[in-house]
Design a protein around this ligand. Structure first.
Ligand code: ZN
Length: 198
């Protein structure tokens, strides 16, 4: 990297901080910026500044939002009696893309992970409990099906069930279009467990 002059090296180093970007890609990106018209480069700067300044958290569901209350929570068409609990904003996007769910969300901001020092008080758990005011009939726990996601799901269900709210877990199974023969045994076991009647 010592071959380049400082302003270029600096930009390459900046791009390298992004996840999944190695030195070669970072150098390509830096030269891309260098060749860009000035107004386009300004737009890059403005976009970066804007995500840092304008993106906050929805006061209801804790999802990323540039308003006090996010679009989903503000939508009168959404069923407020159902809350789907997810780890992060990306999970909300994934579920929204399926166009199947009409309830609301709650974003935890992570999962319980004692090894990484993430205890329930570091997540948006008390904000979730505060929403269970009698109008909520069901909480769907949609954390990822890994150890931490499962731990978090069990923790939440123990916390919520005594409040008289139905707690369900997203069913996990065989991906659509996949061959049963190639599914791993853990996935197949989950698919059997989560089977439903026709
Ligand atoms: Zn919201």
């Amino acid at each position: 990297m010592a071959d380049y002059i400082y302003p270029i090296t600096r930009l390459i180093e900046c791009f390298r901080r992004l996840p999944g970007v190695g030195s070669k890609s970072a150098a390509r990106m830096a030269f891309g910026v260098l060749e860009m018209p000035e107004n386009e480069a300004e737009e890059f700067c403005a976009a970066i500044r804007s995500v840092k300044h304008d993106v906050g958290r929805c006061c209801v569901c804790c999802n990323l939002s540039d308003k006090d209350k996010c679009d989903i929570c503000s939508d009168p068409g959404r069923d407020e009696s159902v809350i789907c609990v997810v780890e992060d904003a990306r999970a909300v996007n994934a579920l929204e893309r399926a166009h199947e769910y009409t309830g609301t969300y709650h974003v935890l901001g992570g999962v319980i992970s004692p090894m990484n020092g993430i205890t329930p008080d570091k997540l948006n758990v008390k904000e979730l409990i505060a929403r269970l005011n009698g109008d909520v009939k069901e909480v769907i726990i949609a954390t990822n099906p890994d150890i931490e996601g499962e731990t978090t799901a069990v923790y939440l269900s123990k916390l919520i069930r005594p409040l008289g709210v139905k707690v369900t877990r997203l069913a996990y199974g065989v991906p659509v279009g996949a061959d049963l023969e190639f599914a791993d045994s853990e996935t197949l076991a989950r698919a059997l467990e989560g089977r439903r009647e026709f």
